[in-house]
Design a binder for this molecule. Sequence first.
Ligand code: ZN
Length: 378
Amino acid sequence: MNEYKILNTDGLAKRGRLSTVHGDIETPVFMNVGTLAAIKGAVSSKDLKDIHAQVELSNTYHLHVRPGDEVVKKLGGLHKFMNWDRPILTDSGGFQVFSLSGLRKIKEEGVYFNSHIDGKKIFMGPEESMRIQSNLASTIAMAFDECPPSKADEKYIRKSVERTTRWLVRCKDEMDRLNSLPDTINKHQMLFGINQGGIIKDIRIEHAKEISKLNLDGYAIGGLAVGESHEEMYDVLDNVVPHLPKDKPTYLMGVGTPVNILEAVDRGVDFFDCVYPSRNGRHGHVYTNKGKLNLFNAKYELDERPIEEGCNCPACRDYSRAYIRHLLKAKEMLGMRLCVLHNLYFYNIMMSEIREAIENNCYKEYKEKKIKGMEGKL
Ligand SMILES: [Zn+2]
């Protein structure tokens, strides 16, 4: 249990398997984002199985504020609460603390801020984040870190990253303690550390080396997809991934478009999460192998084809573009739901194609063909 095995490599692309107390995760994997223990768009945990989701991702800060992690614990943990028996990753709340709250004070012990729901004063530090995630009883917990603003100066980023390292050590100690307590729901909870440093190469590399010494269950690259260019992001991956342990999962947080994922896999990343497929789906933007469609477009009014011919998702199996367009225009919830299901299925199936291509040592050919298709160049 909690063992990561590399089954094959093709260039830097890794085909791995992380065995967890909630079952195996085949990587590269896309984690389906359900911030509040549900995927936005009326997608249930039963639907997730239908669209081949392996991992559900929930948000520590949001669940702490509502319904409260103590409530979730009393109800047996997140798995029981949302009726999902496969792996769950919880993010640490760090990102939300820094992105949602206008008023905050960062101290060595943690962060003081106001709830975005009722303005109530909250304190969160490494220990609090670990306790909340232990109450939620996720499969994988993320370390509490600071995601410094991308425009921050080098001096600030350096100071922030050093503090994030000290916070990581505290996260590890607290998780070890929590996992040893008799009333902890998941005593095998794993901890992933997070690399930060903006787009400053030296700081990123130094931090990657530093956190690699801690022998964590996995390593994430955070603080990207926050406004930098795709080239800058790929550049960070080229520099940082070689300094993270190869025999551990590598997670690129909050990324990204299908092309971003294909490029990051080629650079050695094998865990992903992103709100794009569900957010775009709710707005009628759907992914296909020939590019994105906007179902609000008038040209789909009489289009009896599914979103994508040959797609086996719950939307394409039974419904036409014309019908889904009508639902979206009429603001029927089913319209959003079908688009979200299709998009998440598209991402999950792309990940299984990626795994197969790495197994067959033809990842680069697969990647190029897939990208050309999506750009309409085939
Ligand atoms: Zn479909």
